[in-house]
Design a protein around this ligand. Structure first.
Ligand code: TYD
Ligand code: MG
Length: 477
């Protein structure tokens, strides 16, 4: 028998050490290491080689035809879009997200939809009792759906249940952190339990051909092991994100062996469950205040889908030695860069001001194409001039103050036109793609932008002293 040896596993990243420490050397997390006693043949160092003789496998060539994997469509369009056209039989999908974001709701809705369409769907909740799941189903109006429901945490019992009945087409496990398998001896939720449970379920999916969906909570405090350790084992990882104080939710694929990873699904949490949002731009532009300075509409892209959002900036005189820069929904380094470019290349005086930037609706933007909209919002707030309400902005700002072109210009412009915008301020190179109803204004650099915004004369104090005007003339194309 393998020797049992205590080992210390970081609950954040899963790295193993043979000594406890307050801080994990691998990921830098504090207080995340806990002891797990596991008979591990490699760590125990038995020195024995495997007694099982290997069997040669046939080696194939890269060329050859493959069948498209069949798909199990849930009928929830936004979910199918993110998975690449539906669940793939025999694959394992991990749905991650903060507690309370709506993972159980989404999966129960998908389960109800699939089972009503004739699929055999098993929903195993390790977190909630059957009565609680029933209550949720009632709230969602899907109590009538023939979902096979159980509240169970033992992996062995779950596997026995699954193999005793007819083969399910979809198995939902909510959540992986609550599962317990006797293979690993540590407490439920620890890395070795999560890993061993996931492994058992993945093996089940591969051998039975059922799709298995695992729910995983991402917690910051390390109480439950994050599903990070499972990510490399499963076929697809989608994260469900959103801001607790807003009703919209984004479903995003971060890994997908059978489809794209740049698609997002947009949902709105309502009193009766998640509602698909077909036109996300309308949602994010819902409550615009077009009369006040500091708001610019950014024509963004999420995957292959255009998404218009409002970027709001507030520039206010600072009483602090080091002015505040606060950002919600965008990268603070990127904001620092745009501010530096505005100061150094255009002479815009932001140094003595606090700058607050927010992406409306609680969305998070990662695209550099938002630079131009951010710059427009900052200048508008500083100059006290509201931007035209029917105008969108996109373009990447380079350190020299020039505005560079970005991908998918035509899609962005089309979306803006569709939503009734009349003009778009864009990089020079994309101005030719514009659709009929939209006037494009091509700008080469941020100085052009300022010139266009303040055609009737710049307000006092927008631009600084003489050195700045030198910089301005140098940057003019
Ligand atoms: P839930 O699906 O339980 O989240 P998770 O499984 O990710 O932890 O959703 C919990 C939240 O969603 C809860 O705060 C209540 C809210 N909610 C609604 O607003 N409407 C609904 O119809 C349902 C079922 C939940
Ligand atoms: Mg849940």
């Amino acid at each position: 028998m393998a020797k049992r040896q205590p080992r210390y596993v970081c609950q954040e990243c899963g790295s193993v050490t043979n000594r406890w420490a307050g801080k994990c050397e691998a990921c830098g997390a504090w207080n995340s290491i806990s002891e797990e006693t596991v008979p591990d043949p490699i760590l125990a160092g038995t020195g024995k080689t495997s007694s099982v003789r290997g069997r040669p496998v046939r080696l194939e060539s890269l060329a050859g035809t493959n069948d498209e994997p069949p798909r199990l469509e849930t009928g929830i369009g936004e979910l199918d879009r993110v998975t690449g056209g539906g669940f793939v039989p025999g694959s394992v999908l991990l749905v991650g997200g903060d507690p309370g974001i709506g993972k159980s709701t989404l999966l129960l809705q998908a389960a109800a939809r699939l089972s009503s369409d004739g699929g055999h769907v098993v929903y195993i909740s390790g977190e909630e009792a059957v009565a609680q799941v029933r209550l949720r189903a009632e709230r969602l109006g899907v109590s009538g759906a023939p979902v096979a429901l159980a509240s169970e945490t033992s992996v062995e019992d779950i596997l026995a249940t699954l193999s005793s009945g007819p083969r399910p087409s979809l198995v939902i496990i909510d959540s992986i952190q609550t599962l317990y398998t006797s293979i690993a001896e540590s407490a439920p939720g620890t890395v070795s339990q999560v890993r061993a449970s996931a492994q058992a379920l993945i093996r089940y999916a591969k051998t039975s051909g059922a799709t298995v969906v695992l729910v995983g909570h991402v917690t910051k405090d390390g109480q439950l092991a994050g599903p990070r350790v499972v990510e490399h084992m499963v076929d697809a990882v989608v994260t469900f994100e959103g801001d607790g104080s807003h009703s919209f939710r984004l479903l995003r694929a971060t890994k997908n062996r059978f489809g794209p990873t740049d698609e997002i699904g947009v949902f709105e949490m309502t009193g009766s469950g998640l509602r698909e949002v077909d036109n996300p731009s309308q949602l994010f532009l819902g409550e615009r205040d077009t009369a006040s300075p500091g708001a610019a509409v950014f024509a963004g892209m999420e995957g292959t889908r255009p998404l218009l959002v409002e970027i709001q900036a507030l520039v206010a005189p600072s009483s602090l030695g080091t002015p505040r820069r606060a950002v919600v929904g965008w990268d603070s380094n990127r904001l620092a860069m745009v501010i530096a470019v505005l100061e150094a290349r255009c002479g815009v005086r932001l140094g003595g001001n606090d700058v607050y930037l927010a992406v409306a609706g609680g969305l998070r933007i990662t695209e550099p194409a938002a630079d131009l909209a951010v710059a427009a919002a900052l200048i508008s707030s500083l100059g006290g001039l509201a931007l035209p309400s029917d105008c969108v902005y996109f373009g990447e700002v380079s350190l020299s103050g020039r505005v560079r072109s970005v991908a998918h210009a035509a899609g962005r412009l089309k979306e803006a036109e569709k939503l009734g915008f009349g003009q778009a301020v864009v990089p020079e190179s994309v101005a030719t793609d514009s659709p009929k109803g939209l006037r494009t204004v091509a700008i080469g650099g941020l100085n052009d932008l300022i010139g266009r915004l303040f055609e009737d004369g710049e307000p006092d104090g927008l631009r600084g002293g003489s050195d700045a005007s030198d910089a301005r003339s140098a940057a003019r194309p």
